[in-house]
Design a protein around this ligand. Structure first.
Ligand SMILES: Cc1cc2nc3c(=O)[nH]c(=O)nc-3n(C[C@H](O)[C@H](O)[C@H](O)COP(=O)(O)OP(=O)(O)OC[C@H]3O[C@@H](n4cnc5c(N)ncnc54)[C@H](O)[C@@H]3O)c2cc1C
Length: 481
């Protein structure tokens, strides 16, 4: 491993910033992490409801990519890693909870055979036309919803793809980039005429590669404990983490280094990693690279809220499985629910008298629902939960966590925007960016982007190349929010 010389400032102590700091320290740099809020972790947030420890932000990490699980191991959490207790998720559609059909990539099916009940007769027949239709050209990028609707019909988009994408991106399938959000499907679209044939091939390849371990992994105590452990490890290696320190200025020095300002305070650094959300990165980069700032200004975000509810176990009966997704076309308010006590063994073990579950509300462009106060969000959640599962008990405690600007959106052309941002940044030695706005919003992708940023800082060839070749999501079996 090559050494990084000198002092590096990392801006933002979300999982990307912390992973960058961790990697920089491994490579011998001196590191200071500056974090605006009073805690580390960003979108990873441990908390509690009715005394039960739970995640109030991200709650699971893809295990089919190595970065997140490897980082958890590296910071001493190996014996706390725990896969979901159940991988079965449901779809609440047409008034009933149905098992989410198996054999799909991000909701896109390899065959129509498992979809009876979920799709109408016409919807099922439309899928079969995929085999006869001429090739659909995708060019440099295409909205995933547009492409899938053309091949398999709108019902597949509305009832399968949309709830899956809503779970990961809180976005709109007809805007989201297939190339950035579901790169495996983009590859298939480039090389195959029939989409279902391509999906079946992806599944066969995954099976041949013996990808049989858990698709997702959790951590006993919550995914929110990961940034805390990384932060501990950063400090143990001599790194400094300052919370309540919002960076307000970033300038090059005449000597070619960097000057980082937070109000009256100032740091000098040989290199800087900006691991803050896009609007903040835009503000900080405006002075030195207005081109990158303009591109970052154009990155839009979706906001959402999570409603966590705790019930007495003896008053609560839920259907089996880890929870359910909801197609927006059905007009419900919640977009998903996770039965946390059923999904995570550690939550059930720690709280034998409670059942904890959560719902999520808010998608890209849906602003009205998030104007409602906490009490109303709890009420709409209870209303929808009752309709979906029959759960009519009164929760012993509830908690609403709002994530304004929670998830960056990857519209068509996102990859080209990210390439332009990186071109601008590459002209400024000792500067790198990482985190959710760039190469994937999932935790492993954010960590990978942090490692690529570290590679870039000391000029290792290949970091970014390798990163963009990585799939953002692997074959997906379960529901998330
Ligand atoms: C509700 C929700 C649920 C999710 N669930 C999952 C999941 O289950 N699995 C999964 O893989 N992904 C999930 N995601 C996505 C994933 O959690 C995020 O994309 C990822 O954590 C982002 O990490 P980050 O470090 O890039 O950014 P952030 O977590 O946003 O961290 C950025 C940090 O920068 C700080 N900052 C901002 N401005 C400044 C400034 N001026 N100076 C210094 N610091 C600043 C912020 O305070 C923050 O701490 C979820 C996201 C949300 C919102």
């Amino acid at each position: 491993m090559r050494e990084v010389q000198g002092q590096v400032v990392v801006i933002g102590a979300g999982i990307a910033g912390l992973a960058a700091a961790h990697r920089l320290l491994e490579r011998g740099a001196r590191v200071t992490v500056l974090e605006a809020s009073d805690r580390v972790g960003g979108k990873l947030l441990p908390g509690e409801v009715a005394g039960a420890r739970v995640d109030l932000g991200a709650e699971s990490m893809l295990a089919r990519r190595p970065e997140a699980v490897a980082l958890a191991r590296a910071v001493g959490l190996a014996d706390r890693l725990q896969p979901p207790a159940t991988a079965t998720a449901s779809l609440w559609t047409r008034g009933t909870l149905r098992p989410f059909p198996k054999g799909h990539v991000m909701g896109v099916p390899g065959t129509a055979s498992a979809l009876a009940g979920v799709l109408s007769e016409e919807g099922l027949a439309r899928i079969e036309r995929d085999a006869e239709l001429p090739r659909t050209e995708v060019g440099d990028d295409v909205a995933v919803g547009e492409y899938v609707a053309e091949r398999l019909g709108r019902e597949v988009v509305d009832r399968l793809l949309e709830p899956m994408l809503g779970g990961v991106y809180a976005g709109d399938a007809y805007r989201i980039s297939m190339r950035s959000a579901v790169p495996q499907l983009f590859q298939v679209a480039r090389t195959h005429t029939s989409l279902t044939e391509g999906v079946r091939e992806l599944q066969a390849k995954a099976a041949a590669a013996q990808q049989t371990g858990p698709v997702f992994m959790g951590i006993r105590g919550g995914i929110g404990t990961l940034p805390l452990a990384v932060a501990d490890s950063v400090r143990a290696r001599g790194g400094e983490i300052l919370t309540r320190t919002p960076v307000t200025e970033l300038r090059r020095t005449p000597e070619g280094g960097w000057q980082v300002g937070s109000g009256e305070r100032e740091w000098r650094a040989d290199a800087v990693v900006v691991a803050a959300p896009a609007p903040v990165a835009a503000r900080l980069l405006r002075a030195e690279t207005p081109g990158a700032a303009a591109e970052l200004d154009a990155v839009e975000y979706a906001s959402m809220a999570l409603v966590t509810l705790a019930y007495r176990r003896d008053e609560t009966a839920l259907p089996d499985g880890s929870g359910f997704l909801v197609p927006p076309v059905d007009g419900r308010t919640i977009k998903a629910s996770t039965f946390a006590s059923q999904k995570w063994g550690w939550i059930a073990d720690d709280n034998p008298d409670l059942v904890v579950l959560r719902t999520s509300v808010g998608r890209y462009g849906e602003t009205e629902i998030l104007q409602r106060d906490d009490r109303e969000l709890v009420e709409v959640s209870r209303h929808d939960l009752k309709a979906a599962t029959g759960l009519d008990a009164t929760p012993v405690a509830t908690r609403v966590t709002r994530w304004d600007g929670g998830l960056p959106q990857y519209p068509v052309g996102h990859h080209a925007r990210v390439a332009r941002i990186r071109e601008h940044i590459a002209r400024l030695p000792g500067l790198a960016v990482c985190g959710a706005p760039y190469d994937g919003v999932g935790i492993p992708a954010c960590i990978a982007s942090a490692y690529a940023a570290v590679d870039q800082i000391h000029g290792d060839a290949g970091g970014v190349e390798e990163l963009t070749a990585h799939p953002v999501q692997s074959l997906h079996g379960g529901a998330g929010e």
